[in-house]
Design a protein around this ligand. Structure first.
Ligand code: FAD
Length: 425
């Protein structure tokens, strides 16, 4: 409800991904705030197959009021296999988890539709690509869009993903590079592979020497008839980045079946069989880019980065959509809290940074330590066999039990802890 005493805050959100949409939802609930999303695409569409929704994601979706429309395949367990012969190596069961927070694999379009449905009418502006951002001091920031429109905003939220123009504008020395990891993703009708043993019975990772094959269902059988249910495959291939000479694009370019299959010729026959049944023309290729951690995710006292823009790691924990939405929710709480005590916008950004930067720092540190343990194991045993390297990999594989601070992270509790700490000062 508008408040007569609070000045209007003009907020420009760049990007209509999970981060941008959830920011618009959370911020639109606050008084005297004008929110606009500037999205470069002609239409909001997701091209990335399925997405993992676990406890951390359900919690923030609930807070945003967008959990209801998100439904997919409930995962009872995940099986890790030797990809070359199919031997099961480890199984994680989720049956003990509170049912409504159980991990689900959902079509990305479902998540996007659920979020979009909660964004107030008229907030999203399509075909609006940000090309530059300028600090106008007390006047705010000037955004220049590709079509020539110029906008002045009090707060700019960079939700523009891994190749963020906002990040580039505020931290021009930061850059991202191809990591050597290529990911191909597809969703196909379940009916095409249902007769392949073990393929649809559980979510599985089939680990190979230079990557893995991942399979999962993505629909809720109680709402999607058997013949309409879809099946997701993701193939990862990792090579030393320096050996890659071709130009790489980060998000969703088409790939031929040959391009994918050439990396899995040694895999278990069930994997190769599944690959051979993917209709030509459906694979999409994603090149993983990453960049160093940012010391701060805010700048100029009026610009903030959220989601992939703030921690360029390209899906490293398979939970990036949750991180982006958590950022959005915390940002809205910080703005509400500081505005209600008449503090400047800079104070809200300071709070946001103090909560989220250390969290991202922990992720970077975790990835560094996993990388180091792989290198140490190799150095100790230079003649390491595939099976031995697999053992190290499976050990380092963080699930809910080892990475509780990620997958069990309750963002509401994080905010409550911040408030308690403030009170005790
Ligand atoms: C292969 C892969 C698998 C993944 N699997 C999972 C998973 O299972 N679970 C999970 O939670 N996460 C997963 N992730 C991560 C997740 O997809 C991202 O973390 C999440 O989409 C980040 O949301 P975002 O809103 O920050 O950015 P994005 O989703 O990248 O959205 C950015 C938006 O900004 C727009 N944009 C960009 N530049 C501009 C500009 N200059 N002007 C205007 N608009 C612009 C883009 O068009 C886009 O719509 C995965 C990622 C990859 C690559």
């Amino acid at each position: 409800m508008p408040s007569a005493t609070l000045p209007t805050l003009r907020i420009a959100i760049i990007g209509g991904g999970p981060g941008g949409l959830s920011s618009a939802i959370a911020l639109s609930k606050l008084p005297n705030i004008e929110v606009t999303i500037y999205e470069q695409a002609r239409e909001l569409r997701e091209i990335g197959a399925g997405i993992q929704i676990g406890f951390n994601c359900w919690k923030v979706l609930e807070l945003l009021g967008a959990a209801e429309g998100v439904r997919g395949h409930v995962q009872e367990s995940i099986v890790h296999r030797n990809g070359l012969n199919g031997t099961p190596l480890k199984e994680q069961s989720f049956v003990s988890v509170v049912p409504k927070y159980r991990g689900q694999r959902v079509r990305r379009t479902r998540l996007q539709a659920a979020l979009k449905a909660k964004v107030p009418e008229g907030v999203i502006k399509l075909r609006k690509r940000l090309v530059s951002l300028e600090n106008l001091g007390e006047e705010g920031s000037r955004l220049v869009l590709e079509d020539g429109e110029e906008v002045i905003a009090d707060l700019v939220i960079g939700g523009d993903g891994i190749r963020s123009v906002v990040r580039q504008s505020i931290f021009p020395d930061h850059s991202i590079q191809f990591t050597g990891r290529t990911i191909w993703r597809v969703i196909i009708p379940k009916s095409l592979i249902v007769d392949i043993p073990e393929m649809t019975s559980s979510t599985a990772w089939w680990h190979g020497p230079a990557g893995h094959f991942y399979n999962c269902l993505v629909d809720d059988p109680s709402e999607t008839p058997e013949d309409k249910q879809m099946f997701e495959i993701a193939v990862h291939n990792v090579v030393p980045a320096a050996t890659v000479k071709e130009k790489r694009f980060s998000w969703g370019i088409p790939a031929t079946n040959d391009r994918v299959e050439q990396h899995l010729t040694e895999y278990d026959p069930r994997v190769r069989d599944a690959l051979s049944r993917v209709p030509e023309g459906l694979w999409k290729e994603f090149s993983a880019f990453a960049g160093p951690r940012l010391e701060k995710v805010t700048a100029w006292d009026k610009v903030v980065l959220i989601g992939d823009a703030s921690h360029p790691l390209t899906g490293a924990f398979g939970s990036g959509a949750a991180f982006a939405m958590q950022d959005s929710w915390i940002l809205a709480q910080a703005i509400d809290y500081t505005r209600s005590s008449r503090q400047p916008l800079a104070a809200a950004l300071e709070i946001f940074d103090s909560i989220r930067s250390p969290y991202y720092q922990r992720m970077y540190e975790h990835l560094d330590s996993v990388g180091k343990s792989f290198q140490d194991a190799k150095a100790k045993n230079p003649g390491q066999t595939f099976e031995e390297s697999l053992e190290v990999k499976i050990k380092g594989f963080g699930g809910t039990e080892t990475l509780g601070w990620i997958y069990q992270n309750d963002i509401q509790k994080v905010w409550e802890d911040f408030l308690s700490a403030e009170k005790s000062l």
